[in-house]
Design a protein around this ligand. Structure first.
Ligand SMILES: [Zn+2]
Length: 281
């Protein structure tokens, strides 16, 4: 997959389809609290269909990172996402952070999640940690599993290759995530929910900044958060604004990672920028 001529920035729309697993990972006792879990069930029941309709109307191919246990519980939804032509990546088997696991447990999670998604017809080549956090073993395990890319680090705005490995990184940032802006903490009530217009302003500024630098803008959304009725219109308008930019390549994470893999050096020392059509050079 090559970057279309004339484009200077890539734009990737990703969804972490967490459903109930976020709350179960926070506290296993939540597994028997249906009202708590219903916050995530909204994503599977209402959020994903609305998101698929939006993506179809915009002609955007997105990437869905799905925990294995969510794929087991909501297999019909996962098949629907795949049938719509979207990419599916790994997001743990449970939604627990790999930083809290030993190597054996982390490897088991990786294998289980791969097996579960493949069983449903997906061909995952990318990984997003449930916490945007790695253990000291994570990169080794991803490399060992033959994965193409990770989308977890915050140390650049351009794709790069992890030093000494073949894994390509598609960098993320909290500002381009819906959760930090909209997440309500029912335990503490110490957070206020942002307005859609305030979040649009933050996303637009970050996108324009990345575009001016010639990087990759990775938007991280959650169906249970972004597909609330009061927010989805803003999300649609934001995606539409990116689609209408003739110098922006809107593509799945896999497509951008495959392009980065082609153009980034393979010298064993990683690679930042060189080969990527960057204005930072
Ligand atoms: Zn998640």
């Amino acid at each position: 997959m090559s970057c279309p001529e004339g484009t200077i920035c890539a734009f990737v729309v990703t969804f972490d389809f967490d459903a109930e697993e976020v709350w179960i990972a926070e506290d296993p006792a939540n597994a028997s609290r249906p009202c708590v879990l219903s916050q995530g069930l909204y994503g599977a029941r209402v959020g994903v269909p609305l998101v698929l309709e939006m993506l179809d109307s915009l002609g955007v191919r997105a990437t869905f990172f799905v925990p294995g246990r969510v794929a087991e519980r909501h297999s019909a939804r996962v098949r629907q996402i795949l049938a719509a032509g979207h990419e599916m990546g790994l997001h743990g088997h449970t939604h627990r952070s790999p930083a809290d696991m030993g190597r054996d447990e982390e490897q088991k999670e990786l294998r289980l999640s791969l097996r579960t998604l493949r069983h449903l017809g997906a061909d995952p080549v990318g990984y997003r940690s449930p916490s945007w956090d790695f253990s000291p073993c994570t990169l080794d395990l991803l490399q060992g599993a033959g994965l193409l890319y990770s989308s977890n680090y915050m140390d650049d705005v351009r794709p790069y290759r992890h030093p000494g490995r073949s894994i390509v990184e598609l960098p993320v940032h909290w500002s381009l995530d819906d959760a930090p802006h909209f997440w309500f903490d029912a335990a503490s009530w110490d957070r206020s929910i942002a307005t859609p217009s305030a979040v649009r302003e933050i996303w637009q500024a970050e996108f324009e900044g990345i575009r001016s630098l010639g990087g990759v803008c990775v938007l991280t959304l959650h169906p249970q958060i972004c597909a609330r009725p009061g927010r989805l219109a803003m999300v649609r308008e934001f995606l539409q604004s990116a689609v209408e930019c003739s110098d922006v390549w809107v593509a799945s994470a896999r497509e951008v990672a495959e392009h980065a893999d082609e153009v980034l050096p393979r010298n064993g020392e990683g690679g930042r920028g060189r080969g990527w059509p960057s204005r930072l050079e």
